[in-house]
Design a protein around this ligand. Structure first.
Ligand SMILES: [Mg+2]
Length: 214
């Protein structure tokens, strides 16, 4: 196993996995650089942030471009290797799973239908502010904890799995363990994560370590 687990000595039960969607549960196909070019936005800035400052007409145009961009990505959707195996592992160990994405709810639902697993909750960019703020993940916790009122899930019992530095920040803002699914574009950020993996299946051993499942 190549995955690096920092804080190995800290034992705590993991009771919820929150996944980013694009590039994490799906293979990265979104070319954000090209999107920003099409939008005419500066490369260094956050798309959702720039849109906020636009007038109604510009906003409509930008949202149309983003919608087409996401639709194209959705049509080319490839599920990440070992996603199903990991989701099955979580189900057989009664560990809830959720999605916190910056994508639209419609596209998240499309993925869920395609992968055909039950997610306990999922939120997209309708929850503001978006990642890297943790509001979406807090909403997931709030909804799930309605079923765990006697023993609520706390942020430090959550692993947030993502493929970007924003996902790591979201995880830190939540107070969860940040897991980075590494690829050639993000690996230089891996030192910021608590857990780094090359393949989703590595999470099985990591969760087993935390939850004494072996
Ligand atoms: Mg992503």
């Amino acid at each position: 196993m190549n995955s690096l687990l920092r804080y190995k000595s800290i034992k705590r039960p993991i009771r919820l996995i929150i996944f980013d969607l694009d590039g994490t549960l799906t293979v990265p196909v979104m070319d954000f650089k090209k999107l920003k070019q099409d939008l005419g936005f500066p490369t260094g800035q956050d798309v959702l942030e720039v849109i906020k400052g636009l007038n109604v007409e510009e906003k409509t145009r930008a949202n149309k471009i983003i919608h087409e961009f996401e639709l194209e990505a959705r049509n080319n959707l490839i599920i990440q290797e070992n996603t199903e195996k990991l989701l099955l592992f979580l189900e057989s160990n009664n560990i809830p799973k959720a999605i916190h994405s910056r994508n639209s709810l419609e596209n998240i639902k499309y993925f869920i239908d395609k992968v055909n697993f039950n997610f306990h909750h999922f939120v997209g960019r309708e929850i503001e502010p978006p990642k890297p703020m943790a509001n979406g993940s807090l909403e997931i916790l709030r909804v799930l904890n309605q079923s765990y009122q006697d023993n609520p899930i706390t942020p430090n019992q959550v692993i947030f799995v993502g493929d970007s530095v924003d996902d790591i920040k979201t995880s830190k803002n939540l107070g969860a363990l940040a897991c980075l699914l590494k690829n050639e574009y993000n690996k230089h950020h891996s030192h910021l994560a608590d857990i780094e993996i090359d393949n989703l299946i590595e999470l099985q051993d990591i969760i087993s370590h935390f939850n004494d499942l072996n």
